[in-house]
Design a protein around this ligand. Sequence first.
Ligand code: ATP
Length: 381
Amino acid sequence: MADVVLDKICKTFGTEFHAIKDLSLTIRDGEFLILVGPSGCGKSTALRMIAGLEEISSGTLSIGGENVVDLSPKDRNIAMVFQSYALYPHMTVFDNIAFSMKLAGKSKDERTKRVNEIAKTLQLTKVLGSKPAELSGGQRQRVAMGRAMVREPAAFLMDEPLSNLDAKLRVQMRAEIVSLQRQLAVTTIYVTHDQTEALTMGDRVAVLKGGVLQQVDTPKILYSKPVNAFVAGFIGSPSMNLFQGRLEKGCVVLPTFSLPLSAEAFARSPGLTAFEGRTVLFGIRPEDLHDSKLASGAMHPTIPATVKSIEELGSEWIVHLNIDAVRVDSGDPDAVEELSSAANAVAKFEATSHARAGERIDVAIDVAKLHFFDPESHLAL
Ligand code: ATP
C-alpha cells in the first residue's frame, strides 16, 4: 500500500514567511489527487516537500507507511515528472527510459525487458531508437512518464507537466495521463493552477490558498458544495457570480429587486435561516442564470439586466451582463470589495437566446442553485 500521508506539515522560509501552514492530507493508495490553487499558494512547495527536494519545517510525512521525513529524495521511492521533461537530448528514447536502471546496475537483459514493457504501455515501441528532438510534444511527455515508471515508484509526483504544450495537445495529454494512471494504479499527486485540469483529471482535488488547505473533495462535490466563497470563485469557468444581499422574510433583497427563495434553497443552505434580517453573500454559477424567454428560464424569478457583450461559443453563449447588485470579490475574503452597484455578472445562455449587446433583458435565476456564504468568515451557510 502506498498511501501518502501528510500530517500537520508546515514550511517556513526564513523566520517569517509561512508558505505551508498545518497541511494534513491523506492521498490513498492508487488515488489521483490534484493539488490546485492560485499562483504562490504553495502547491509546488508542498510537492517538493513530498519529493524531499524541500525540507519540512515541522510535521510528518509518510509514504507507504514509512516515515520519510529524514530520507533523501532517491530513497523515498517516488518519481517526479516536471514541466520541462528533463530528457537527455543525445540519448535515444530507449536509453532515456533505461537510464535509472543502468545507474542502478541492472543487467542489459533486465533493462531491455522492462523498457519494452513500458514502451508498449506508452505506445513508444516504434520510436525507441529515436532521439527526443525527433518526437512530438506528446511523445516526449510519454518518454518522461516512461522514465518515471521504470523505477516502479510508490507514487508519481507531477508539477504542471502539461504547461509547455499547446492547447490541443494539452487536452489530448490530459486524457492520456488519466488513462495511464488508471491502468498503472500508482498513487499520483498532480500540481496545477488550471482548474479545468483539476476538475477533469483527479479522483479528488485539494484546493490551497495562501498555504492553507481550503477543501479536499471529488470534483463534483467541490463544484456543487464549495466550503467557502474562495473555493466557489476559484473552481468553475467562468467563475461563480458573487453578490451581497439582505435576507428578509424568505427573500434575498437587493437595491432594486428581491428574489424569493424556494424551500429547496433553504434546504441546501441549512445555516441560512440564522441570517434573517442580515446581510449574506450569495453566489450563482453562470449556467444557473438563464434567458427568461427560453424554456430553461421559465418558472424562475427574474431580474432586469443590460447585455454588455456576448461571446458566441457554438452551442452556448457567454453573456456579460450588468445587473443592479453589489458584486463581491471572492479572491480576497479579508476584504469584501464592493466593486460596483451596477455589477458585472456572467451568464451561460443557450445559443438560441435572443439577447443582443446593448439591450435590456430579463435574466431568470434558478434560486434553488444559489450558494450562500457568511459575509465575515466567507464560509458556506
Ligand atoms: P506557482 O503556481 O506560481 O508556481 P505555487 O503555488 O507553486 O505557485 P510555490 O512555488 O510553492 O507556489 O511558492 C509558495 C510561496 O513560497 C510563494 O510566495 C513563493 O514566493 C515562496 N517561496 C517558494 N520558494 C521559496 C524560497 N526558496 N525562498 C523563499 N520563498 C519561497
